[in-house]
Design a protein around this ligand. Structure first.
Ligand SMILES: [Zn+2]
Length: 127
């Protein structure tokens, strides 16, 4: 038996690990999404009644679904970058993103500086 396996370059190993991480993350999000959608189906229909706890619960669940859908989109975009090349480069300033940051947040596409600038502008999610 001929062993044709060659050790991939260090860069490729990292890309594979990152891809595996991102794919696991996406799978977890999808699972969560399915759970939330099932919860939503179980909730009683919207009632016009003021202060109906089901209304608040439904709104909250819808908000969570939207958030997870956004997260999935982010992860998929990052996976696309990984395939295309250029992963780990800030989309805003074109500088390499801190490796430590990438390890904690593999789906990030912005460096810390650009991200915080964006957050100041949008008052949006933090990561
Ligand atoms: Zn940047």
């Amino acid at each position: 038996m001929v062993n044709t396996w060659k050790a991939p370059a260090k860069h490729d190993v990292n890309a594979q690990v990152t891809r595996a991480k991102l794919e696991a993350e996406r799978a977890a999000h999808v699972q969560e999404l399915e759970k939330l959608r099932a919860t939503l189906l179980e909730l009683p229909e919207m009632s016009a009644e003021e202060g109906d706890p089901a209304v608040a619960e439904r709104a909250q669940t819808l908000g969570m679904i939207e958030q997870i859908e956004n997260q999935i989109t982010e992860v998929e975009r990052t996976l696309a970058t990984l395939r295309r090349g250029g992963y780990g480069i800030c989309e805003q300033c074109g500088k390499p993103i801190d490796a430590e940051r990438l390890q904690i947040l593999p789906e990030t596409r912005l460096c810390v500086k650009c991200k915080s600038q964006l957050e100041k502008k949008t008052h949006h999610r933090t990561w």
